[in-house]
Design a binder for this molecule. Sequence first.
Ligand code: PHE
Length: 341
Amino acid sequence: MKEQLAQIRVQALAAVAAAESTAALDELRVQYLGKKGALTAVLKSMGKLSPEERPAMGQLANEVRAALEQALEARGAELAAADLERRLKEEALDITVPGAPVKLGHRHPMYLALDEIKEIFIGMGFTVLDGPEVELASYNFDKLNAPEGHPSRDWSDTFYFDEDSRVMLRSQTSPMQVRAMETMPLPIRIIAPGRVYRKDEVDATHSPMFHQVEGMVIDKGVTMADLKGTLNTVVEKLYGKGTKTRFRPHHFPFTEPSCEMDVQCHKCGGVGCPTCKGEGWIELLGAGMIHPRVLEMSGIDPNVYSGWAFGIGLERTAMRRFKIADLRLIFENDVRFLEQF
Ligand code: PHE
């Protein structure tokens, strides 16, 4: 038994010294000191010894156990220290390395122009509304006095979702007039910017998706003079004092009378050049006095209230504001272009 214990001691200590991981150490602990371990087996067989032999053997066995436990602990500490050392090396962070530059995005010129427009109108007491791009034809057309058969409802111009032409991508922001009239208390002063869709081919001045800002005022005693005064003020704030405008008669189903407003060409100052196609003026928006029938359809008495509305092309406004020649530049999002604003 003495030799057995000595052998266990030599073997176990050698194995512990050679162990390369804490998992290996745990295995060795079980192998020698566990319930079915080698040393435990020897202790269990002590009963077979004579009473004289037992104390000496017992003491020897305890010494072996103590030596083994101590060796396990010492090797464990060594392994843990080595592991920490390795991780400190591996995970070392050089905080003196210069950081990678963060590339900041850039505001789009059209949204810069929109922010200016919003600020001007908010300053005049208007509320900014947001509305659906997928719109009911009843809002885009019927309630705006463009009944079935009206040329603007044609399939060749409009993106419909259903055979019955009831759901569509809005072709103008004007349905927001109706939505405001139906939900807001009078008097109303709103603008409603957003995307609109028409089946246009892409060229220097057209795109199947573009942006408008709708504007509307309804109150008692509102006249065309208020419309002109407001729009002239906005144009001067956007494009500078003294910028000239021109109002031409036009037709829209939902306004009467209707007009279009031109702004004097920023390139030639009104003499005529390629940018304004020789006209000296650039068309900017459609507007007019809200048709009494439109007011009536939304439950407003045209004998008590009157109002005006306008729809301004946002791309065009931005192009003039920042002197951009081609509409396609607005949609390409080339950073070399965007970074100029
Ligand atoms: N909705 C018209 C368009 O898209 C513009 C407009 C708005 C005209 C409001 C009059 C009043 O051309």
